[in-house]
Design a protein around this ligand. Structure first.
Ligand SMILES: [Zn+2]
Length: 229
């Protein structure tokens, strides 16, 4: 039988340990925003095939892994990848991951195709404000807080990526584009689609397949993410 004094000490210690555990969980959750990185395509879906048959799915995965590595150098964000290997992940599965994680930002990585072999450069797509009057702003032009904040966050991230990409790829900016993105449909999460270059352009393609350019892109994206928070 424990003495009353010993019981008292045991109870106090248990309460302290419980408080510490709760605080640790709370602190981790509170201080680490989640960044979802989505390397598009994978598995049986190669995405765009470049001039030398290098697949878009391999380029997006390489850059996503390099970006995760860059972000791991500091622990201020929690990184979640929708895939970390060459496997098929359906659009529904990707959307499920995003909605479960409640991310602060989602970067979906693609490589472009088309417009002949001369098109090159990067493009950034964010979901449109079309259905939202005045782009989430009130009559005085003041941003409306709350439900549309994720759209404002997406634009904020798009501008940061544009700035940091311009620093490494001058004159390659094809602009910020408003478009409905299937991955983001129905979600209230900030999803930015980054078309990192043209797999069909001999110039872009050669660069995109090199570890040097992949690292540069990953570093520019990591820098943008750090500036975002
Ligand atoms: Zn794609």
């Amino acid at each position: 039988m424990l003495s009353n004094r010993l019981k008292y000490i045991v109870v106090c210690c248990s309460v302290l340990i419980a408080c510490f555990c709760a605080f640790t969980v709370f602190a981790q959750g509170a201080t680490k925003p989640v960044v979802v990185i989505d390397p598009a395509h994978g598995g049986a879906d190669p995405g765009v095939l470049g001039i030398d048959e290098t697949a878009e799915k391999d380029i997006t995965l390489a850059i996503a892994l390099a970006l995760a590595k860059e972000l791991a150098k500091e622990s201020s964000v929690q990184v979640v990848l929708t895939r970390n290997s060459d496997k098929a992940v359906s659009l529904e599965e990707r959307r499920k991951i995003i909605s479960e994680q409640k991310p602060a930002i989602v970067l979906s990585l693609h490589a472009n195709a088309g417009f002949g072999k001369t098109a090159s450069g990067y493009e950034l797509y964010y979901p449109g404000f079309k259905n939202i009057a005045q782009g989430g702003k009130d009559a005085a032009g003041k941003a409306v807080a709350g439900s549309h904040q994720y759209l404002n966050d997406t634009v904020k991230m798009a501008r940061l990526v544009q700035k940091n990409f311009n620093a490494i790829f001058p004159r390659k900016d094809r602009g910020l584009r408003e478009a409905e993105v299937p991955l983001a449909a129905g979600l209230t999460a900030p999803v930015l689609t980054v078309e990192i270059g043209f797999a069909t352009s001999p110039e872009d393609k050669k660069k995109l397949a090199t570890a040097k350019t992949q690292t540069q892109i990953a570093q520019a994206l990591a820098k943008s993410i750090k500036s975002f928070f």
